[in-house]
Each structure stands twice: as C-alpha cells, then as structure tokens.
Design a protein around this ligand. Sequence first.
Ligand code: ADP
Ligand code: MG
Length: 255
Amino acid sequence: MSQSPVIEIRNLHKSYGPLEVLRGVDITAPQGHVVAMIGSSGSGKSTLLRCCNLLEDSQQGDVIFCGEPVRWRGTGMGRHPADRAQVTRIRTNLAMVFQSFNLWSHMTVLQNVMEAPVTVLKRDPQEVEAAARAYLAKVGIADKADAWPAQLSGGQQQRAAIARALCMEPKALLFDEPTSALDPELEQEVVRVIKALAEEGRTMIIVTHDMKLAADVAHHVVFLHQGRIEEEGPPERLFGDPQSERLRGFLSHAQ
Ligand code: ADP
Ligand code: MG
C-alpha cells in the first residue's frame, strides 16, 4: 500500500476580505519529496505555506495531513478548524523556517532549539538537550549553543532556526524564502544544510527565489501566479522547457 502524502492541498481558496489570494490551488508533498514553490512577490506563496500548517484559515478546499483531512467548522468566510488537537498535531509536525529567522532574542541558541519540544511536546528536557546539541552539530554550529541570537551571523541564525525546526522531529519542513535575508556568501551555508536535508530524504516544501536551489533539490517545482498554479513539473522540465509565457518571463528575470 502506498503511503499517504505528508501534505496534500486540494482546490484551496483563500481571501483576505475582498482580495482573493489563492484561487483553487492543489499541491502534494509525498513522503521524502521536496516541492519548490516559485513565483513573483504577492503571488500567494507565503499564504499557501501558512495554509498548510493552519496558521491561516481558508474559505474552500481540503488540507490533508498524512491522509487525515482537516475537519472544519462552519463554511465559507466563517470556516475554522474544528478540532484543536488536530491543529496542534499538524502544526507540530510541519515545522516552519522563516525568511527572518524569528529566533527568540532573550533565549540562547540552545534554549531556542529546546523550547518547543519541552514546553509544547512535553518531552524530557535532558533528552531534548541531547537532541538539540546533535541538531546544532548537524547544521554546523555546535559551538554556538550558549550564544545569544544577536551574537550570530544571519547564516548562523538561520541554521539555528533549522535546528530548532528539526528538534520538533516534524514529518515535514516548510521553508519560506530561507535565504532571502542573507548576503550571498552566507546564503551558501544555509543552502548546504538544505541540500543535506534533501539528501537524507526529508519531506520539504521550499518557497525560494533561488532557482539553482530549486533545480538542485526539488523533485517537483510549482510556479504560482496570482494565486493559481500557472505551471508545474519536475525541475528539468520546468526550468529546461518552460511552456507558459509567464513562467518564461519570470525565469528570464530571476537571477
Ligand atoms: P508571496 O509570499 O508570494 O509574496 P503572499 O502570500 O505574502 O505572497 O501574499 C499574497 C497576497 O496576499 C498579496 O497581495 C499580499 O498583499 C496579500 N496578503 C498577505 N497577507 C495578508 C494579510 N494578512 N492581510 C491582507 N492581505 C494579505
Ligand atoms: Mg512570501
């Protein structure tokens, strides 16, 4: 029997008031696959990512986590997830990494990585500390465990944020432009970590402006345009032989 995708979105519609931001989007992240999402600013990439882990409500369509459809209460504008336990299960299993790192400035790097597993998942602090140190080593900043976020470079802060996401032992990682806030030389140290995660078979959805990263790590690339999927496919096809005029235009301006 084939395994359910970790995340499946079907015909998702999302508006902010009168503004229709997602207009019937489908996206599937099977176990062990990397999906890259590309598109101009304002096309709805961040909104779609936030809909995956229910940080945003939506008006219509399905969000399915490991074969388990989100149950909604109400309809249309009044629709909300009906089951708090389900929301927590999904949110803790889809760890998000943001463009702006979002580390807690009043906690050390180690405390940042340990916080949610200890307070949200109620795991044993000693075990979490061992895991946290191992993840910091994995992203190459074991020596920064006791530093404050402000003492780290942007690339180190983003790697700390990735270690924090990994320490939740999530089923998938969601990246929202993880390298956009970084200088080019620091970008590469984060790219290396993301590539290593892809190689070990992590399920990921990565919103990125970095077409080389998308081409290198993604199994499937989705090009979003004004809240719809304009074109999608394997990276070789999408980048090598783009069909839509809009994608061709977008790619000619990227990089
Ligand atoms: P992207 O990540 O592709 O740049 P976003 O998902 O951030 O795009 O935004 C898509 C559209 O939704 C934009 O027009 C943006 O202005 C609008 N938008 C995003 N968040 C909000 C919000 N909280 N309230 C109102 N409009 C929003
Ligand atoms: Mg965005």
